[in-house]
Design a protein around this ligand. Structure first.
Ligand SMILES: Nc1ncnc2c1ncn2[C@@H]1O[C@H](COP(=O)(O)OP(=O)(O)OP(=O)(O)O)[C@@H](O)[C@H]1O
Ligand SMILES: [Mg+2]
Length: 508
């Protein structure tokens, strides 16, 4: 074996009850390369990475993995073993402890000690140094739960980088990052590569493969389809390998005819419910027509999530402004109020707000929708099952059956369950906060189709998205936020990526 191969994955098979997550997969990863790993939701990407990082230790899979020429035999009960060997991973789902500071998280379990006590000054100094080295705009003493998802993800990356990794595994690192943060990450990866670090990079944003990877491996249904130099690939070929068929267009053509104004927000101001000094919405105005899709664009931290969670009654305390639904002013104090008015929200953070992970797919989908199935006080189990099956099928949720517990699903499939759940509630106004984050191209298309169908049936949709192409591909009009306020609204016909970015950064 040549010594420019750092990881030699040989015939790896991994079974879960009822699912073959990986089937006889062999991949060679070259030293110092950035190797892309690509495939639909449930293809087996995270499972393979969990084998490399010891989450699934030696003996729990078939086949073998050579690391620098010797077989990797990661033990049970020792997650640190892989990192000690130089294999670091940033997991798809955030693993930080929300109540601890950034510094505490970065040094969790390996705090520098001095005569038996933890040297906190050193923890914070070292953390600051790492954050500065990679130009991450986060305070070492900030409490993690106060950071947005994007910043949390940057902290996860910083944490992995603090390990002196030879191999760095990034499982969808950019799913919650804005363009600017993604650019920063790409820069960091360039620096690491120059230092000889090998990187395995998973993403559903296909463009990123073309920006930074040297080779890409495609997995489909647990099997390796192909490994190719990125220079020999096009986005179209990649998609074809992933889904195993031709896919012509990314955004389905809708036939939407937006009607009268349905929902309107005028000059909304709101403050942090725990700190009335801190304003979170600074003057947002928009009008949403019946059957219209309004995209909300803006940089991370521009107040998009704060705005929609305030409208939904979950977050900000409204201090000024007005919300009207079908011409009548409404007051929303809680999510319950919002749902009663016919407003639903697909939240940004599926783990925290969207899903009950220990419950089954079926229970999750039908939970908020039980009134649809209540017949004379008893639940109509069959129609519950039918309707849920239909949604699961539409979105191609990959699971042996609907009784499967949600924490066993792949990340993207969890997201599909959240969406299915809210699609079934048939709201008047459906707010979707980054609905396709972490969802593969095929399922994205299905979600877009469902959005079109709902809009055609008269549902008004608000969609936050960090992907400009998606905003442009799916919206009728686009509101751009900057520092907590609406900085302009563009009709899709006149909108361009440049115009949106100009409004988002407030640089004319
Ligand atoms: N602990 C588990 N128990 C049972 N099945 C599992 C478990 N973990 C993963 N699976 C199944 O294995 C398959 C592969 O999942 P994996 O998480 O590797 O997919 P993925 O390629 O990372 O997908 P995504 O893009 O959605 O993150 C899926 O069908 C998933 O439901
Ligand atoms: Mg995954």
């Amino acid at each position: 074996m040549s010594d420019d191969i750092v990881l030699d994955i040989q015939n790896v098979t991994k079974e879960f009850p009822g699912v073959t997550a990986l089937n006889d997969v062999s991949i060679q990863i070259k030293r110092g390369e950035i190797h892309g790993l690509c495939g639909e939701n449930g293809a087996g990407k995270s499972t393979l990475m969990k084998i490399l990082s010891g989450v699934y230790p030696y003996g729990t899979y078939n086949g073998r993995v050579l690391y620098n020429g010797t077989e990797l035999r990661l033990a049970h009960s020792s997650i640190r073993q892989a990192t000690d060997l130089g294999i670091a991973i940033v997991h798809q789902e955030l693993t930080l402890v929300p109540s601890m500071t950034v510094g505490e998280n970065v040094y969790l379990g390996k705090e520098p000690t001095e005569r038996g006590t933890i040297n906190w000054n050193q923890v914070y100094a070292d953390t600051r140094e790492i954050l500065q080295r990679y130009k991450l705009d986060v305070s070492a003493r900030a409490v993690v739960q106060d950071l947005g998802v994007g910043k949390m993800q940057m902290v996860e990356i910083a944490k992995a980088l603090s390990e002196n990794a030879q191999v760095l595994i990034l499982d969808e690192p950019t799913s919650a990052l804005t363009e600017a943060e993604i650019n920063k990450l790409m820069e960091i990866l360039g620096i690491l590569k120059a230092h000889g670090v090998t990187c395995i990079y998973i993403t559903h944003k296909l463009k990123e493969f073309f920006r930074i990877t040297d080779n890409v491996t495609v997995l489909r249904d647990g099997e390796k389809v192909i490994t190719l130099p990125t220079s020999e690939l096009t986005e179209e070929r990649l998609v074809n390998y992933m889904v195993g068929r031709q896919m012509k267009e990314r955004f389905p053509k809708g036939n939407r005819q937006p009607g009268e104004i349905m929902f309107q927000v005028r000059d909304l101001h709101a403050v942090d419910p725990h700190n009335s000094e801190r304003s979170v919405v600074n003057g947002a105005s928009f009008a949403l027509r019946r059957g219209e899709i309004l995209g909300i664009a803006g940089l991370m931290g521009s107040g998009r999530t704060e705005l929609v969670t305030t409208i939904f009654g979950e977050y900000g305390k409204v201090t000024q402004g007005e919300i009207t639904l079908e011409g009548k002013p409404i007051v929303v104090h809680s999510a319950r109020d919002a749902i009663r008015h016919g407003i639903s929200l697909v939240p940004e953070d599926r783990k925290k707000q969207g899903l009950v992970l220990i419950k089954s797919i079926l229970e999750n989908i039908s939970l908020p929708n039980l009134n649809q199935f209540a017949r004379f006080f008893s639940l109509d189990k069959d129609s519950e099952l039918d309707a849920s099956m239909k949604q699961a099928k539409n979105l191609a949720i990959k699971a042996p059956n609907l009784q499967m517990q949600c924490n066993l699903l792949s990340g993207g499939n969890q997201q599909k369950v959240v969406i299915a759940k809210w699609l079934m509630s048939r709201p008047k106004v459906l707010i979707m906060d980054d609905p396709t984050r972490g969802v593969d191209v095929g399922a994205k298309y299905e979600i877009y189709k469902l959005m079109n169908e709902l809009a055609e049936q008269g549902v008004s949709i608000i969609m936050i998205s960090s992907e400009l192409e998606e905003v442009l591909g799916m919206s009728d009009s686009i509101m751009v936020m900057h520092e907590g306020r609406s900085n302009g609204t563009l009709a899709v016909a006149e909108a361009t990526q440049e115009k949106i970015m100009a409004l988002a950064t407030n640089i004319a």
